[in-house]
Design a protein around this ligand. Sequence first.
Ligand code: C5P
Length: 219
Amino acid sequence: LGQGPLAGKRILVTSGPTHEPIDPVRYIANRSSGAQGTAIARALADLGAEVVFVTGPAEVAPPEGVEVVPVQTAQEMMQAVEAALPADAAVFAAAVADWHVQGAGDRKLKKSKDGLPSLSFAENPDILKTVSQRGEGRPPLVVGFAAETNDVLAHATAKRERKGCDWIVANDVSPATGIMGGRENAVTLITETGAEDWPRMGKDAVAARLAERIAAALA
Ligand code: C5P
């Protein structure tokens, strides 16, 4: 334990989708596999970091050698993140649902002759924004993700400002790229000094390169 450039550093990583219940047996989710977040957690641990991995119900197994905190909903993820702080850095790779179903109860919705059920939504906490804008206990390096389908650079640059994070890892998730659910990723890293386009590479290679950058920033 504790070897490598990130030895002694505690890093929080969120990953995967969230599941927002409709009733005890049904939920709303998204297509995040958790592949990129899992690769990042593994790469950080490989550089010696103590990693707290807060994950929604992902398709891929969590990495070895990290502290795994499984959650289902955005609200649970927010609480787990707060409980995991303080940290030297935080990487928010989770695809968090923007809304939860209001009044999801402990009884299964039943078919009725009286008509169809209707769902109403309430906003979920924005975990990245909440942590980025914390005064006390803000991790010195906060990294967010931006999955965009158009005007990637402009949207991601605006997102960095709006959320208040230090870096944004932006990617184009247009269906034609095959990135969502695929093995490769092509990202732009946006920092305080500008934007860098990284070549298309495997998600493991993106993770390794990001982990190296984080190690350099925390050194
Ligand atoms: O707002 P948007 O979902 O486009 O921002 C994406 C970034 O914000 C990702 O880093 C994601 O993990 C984070 N996020 C979050 N909590 C939310 C929504 C997004 O942490 N409720």
